[in-house]
Design a protein around this ligand. Structure first.
Ligand code: HEC
Length: 167
């Protein structure tokens, strides 16, 4: 009976040791993760920086690297908003009324013959005529399709979409 007790206590002691051993480095781990959360991210920027840098003085200045990284992020965001102008949506909202079936002399989207000579004139002509409007031989194209709220870029995106569907 006594030996059982001894074994029981030894086992308890062993678990105690394992427990303490296992958690000995907990303060350091907590400090490390806290530090990585509390920095301004410059450590990450440094780690992500290109391996070969000619101007090492600049690359080593953490704040500069962070600023460069931030500018790059901003630039990417601007590009993505521009790319999100959906030509198809704008066409469906503002142009399909005339260009869907070819109403009032409008060249119908998908009618390759009706678009061939127009496309030949070049994208800049198409953009300008779509934005400013024009009177052609077959009818009147109102500026921006009569929807003045559209930006030039949105009209261009719609033209691009219409051309892509009519080649
Ligand atoms: C009220 C009817 C109408 C609406 C709405 C309309 N168009 Fe047009 N569009 C025309 C007509 C008519 C023509 C052909 C004019 C001609 O060649 O005589 C035309 C021609 C065009 C052309 C050919 C230009 C060229 O140089 O030959 C483009 C590009 C164009 N439209 C784009 C658009 C876009 C983009 C929209 C929507 C934002 C739109 N249109 C909305 C009537 C319309």
């Amino acid at each position: 009976m006594k030996s059982y007790l001894i074994i029981f206590h030894l086992t308890l002691l062993l678990f105690g040791f394992i427990f303490v051993e296992h958690h000995l480095d907990t303060p350091e781990r907590a400090a490390a993760s806290r530090q990585s959360l509390m920095t301004d991210g410059s450590g990450i920027a440094a780690r992500l920086a290109a391996v070969g840098q000619i101007n090492t003085a600049e690359a080593q200045s953490n704040s500069t690297t962070t600023k460069v990284a931030a500018t790059e992020v901003a630039a990417t965001e601007v590009t993505s908003t521009e790319a999100s102008v959906d030509g198809q949506k704008i066409y469906q909202g503002a142009c399909i009324a005339c260009h869907g079936a070819g109403i009032a002399g409008a060249p119908a989207v998908g009618n390759v013959a009706a678009w061939a000579s127009r496309i030949e004139a070049g994208a800049d002509t198409l953009y300008a005529n779509a934005i400013n409007g024009f009177q052609g031989s077959s009818g009147v194209m109102p500026g921006k399709g009569g929807n003045a709220a559209l930006s030039d870029d949105e009209v261009k995106a719609a033209v691009d979409y219409m051309v892509s569907q009519s080649q």
